[in-house]
Design a protein around this ligand. Sequence first.
Ligand code: SIN
Length: 333
Amino acid sequence: MSFVTRTLAAAFLALPLATQANANCDAGETKVVMSIVTALQGHPKGETALALADRVNSQMNGRMCMEVYGNSELYNDIDVFQAMLDGKVQMAAPSLSRFSAYTQKLQMFDLPFLFDDPIHAMDFLATDAAKSLKNEVRPAGFVGMGFWTNGMRQISATRPLRKPADVAGLTFRVQPSDILEAQFRLLGADPKRLAFSKVYDALASGEVQGQQNTWSNIYTKDFHTVQSGVTESNHSYLGYLVVMPQAFLDSLNPTDREEFIGLFELTTHEYNRFAFETNQLRRQDILDEEVMVVRLTDEEKQAWRDAFAPLYDQFSGVIGQDLIDAARNAKQK
Ligand code: SIN
């Protein structure tokens, strides 16, 4: 382990340790079930969810309890919205690319090279323009609780990808976002929408030849084991909007609701800061397995930037140029 990796690991271990996925909820306690599609341990979303559950279970004991189910054990990222409205699940953190049924605006995070790094994305998420995006899910019966961070997407495939033309002719798994589809079409590749739970099998069987994801998603789902390599493109931001059904929040007594929201905000603030480190650790795990990681020169990265540039003209109308400008301006100089 390198010095940097050891330092990052130590920083992560300094966090309050989340210990268990599921509490034994007692009779009389109001239960929050959270369904997520990613791994729990060693993953930015999983660790944040576990930490929140630990806090609710210890600090609200006797009034509220929380259980977290990972790895799509309960619902996949398509069914979870209806499951929340049906009262089967009270919390989920779908990726921002998953909200296209409710709003086109959240797709802005899929625009390649809009954000330089997760810090830039988090600086934007702290602005009033981004906070107002949480309200986009209200008409559908959800409350946007807050944003959780994962990291930047990398591209992997069955052949090394160094320049945009290398993806031509391959089929890439995408999340349900028009921008992600257009991104691959622009380069002569075929996009295929698939739930996260189906990606490993689709890569292993050859149904798709590539995908794009964060280091933590790639490592914890073993995608790297069925790909020739991963290109360190850092080309777009993958984060989450945590949502709860409005009807559930309204049913809580005001004291419990306020305390639960307070624990949510504290945990969000504390754990978002560690998402970058967690991804760097999973990147190192991939390197330790001697998977080929293609590092791009500045000129090569510029070629990907140029190749994706037409997406801005294509999608600025549906997203709103004001939001795109606000994202660019959020970069701390
Ligand atoms: C997630 O991080 O929740 C899923 C990402 C994906 O579908 O690729």
